[in-house]
Design a protein around this ligand. Sequence first.
Ligand code: NAD
Length: 353
Amino acid sequence: MNLFVVAEEFDNRVAVTPDIAKKFVDLGHEMFIEAGAGAKAGFPDTEYERVGATISNCSDELKFSDVIFSVNFPKTKVEKQVKPGAILITSQGADLTLCKKKNLTVFSLDRMPRTTRAQYMDVLSSQASLAGYKAVIESAHILNRALPLMMTTAGTIPAAKVLVIGAGVAGLQAIATAKRLGAIVSAFDVRTSAKEQVESLGAKFIEVASSEKMDGVYAKETSDNYKKAQEQRLREVLPSQDIVITTAQIPGKKAPIIIKEDMLPIMKTGAVIVDLATKTGGNCEATKPGKTIEKDGVKILGVINILDIIPYDASRLFAKNVFAFFELLSSKMKEQPDLAKIEDDIIKATLVC
Ligand code: NAD
């Protein structure tokens, strides 16, 4: 098959890295890479050429490619160049009306089921994990003090305090990173099952005084009573924190507002909040999407795509997820060439068009 990797317009990542391009070439596929597609992530065209891929200026090769890989939906290319009937493997933002019009088969990897079998293909997890890590590194960089306890001849510096709100994939990686940097870490989550995971990383789980218990893998919206109890607990904890990383999400809904504007004055001057939920509305009321602001002495980072500043590893993990998915898809297509009829929970969940 002819495979094509597009250059992202507004993202520094690339869907296929040279090591993964080699795997496709070794399988006997023709691999085309749009010129400069990997450059922003640290993978020059020469690295793709070295493994047997062809660098393309996009105009012709894209028109006869059978499978197209992208991180974000490549709208203009789909409109103008992608051939009708092609397969598109992407991770978000597919314009389904346009895809239907072009008779494309589209897999959106952000729909991956959160199951053990799907883990190797789970782009949400691989990317969230790096986001959690980078959020801590960014906040440590901006913070006006050190993170670990330091005993020097000039005196002792106490360890900084980091609070993580939402202990899903990103939150747990943020906890692990902050712990490694020597901070005193605590975390909140609405799901009771998160407690054990937080504690296993050596962080303190902050309990909310509420009889409401949320079990299961995914969070739901909390009741007003729970919100009040959580807010009260947060007001007790926030004044001592140096860094707050917010990652709370409710699948399919706007992110819950957890840090209200009137909580900022009770925080330390110089404290840093990194709002990883910015894209879905933010967990901090004062967050400005895409901007770093300072309000009541607190710096708030409204990060929309933190992966843009760690594109090398984000692309490496993404590409591995893509390859694992392609292998599964290829093996299923051998048994059942009609994609819509493939009986597989991963294929069914990700097939959006
Ligand atoms: P997510 O991005 O949807 O949400 C992040 C966290 O925010 C969640 O832990 C959620 O409980 C929490 N949250 C929501 N509202 C909150 C509030 N008001 N206050 C505090 N916290 C709040 O989560 P995710 O990272 O996608 O993970 C969701 C679940 O899926 C987790 O249980 C995770 O362990 C699980 N998971 C399983 C697999 C797998 O088995 N393959 C892979 C990935 C994730």
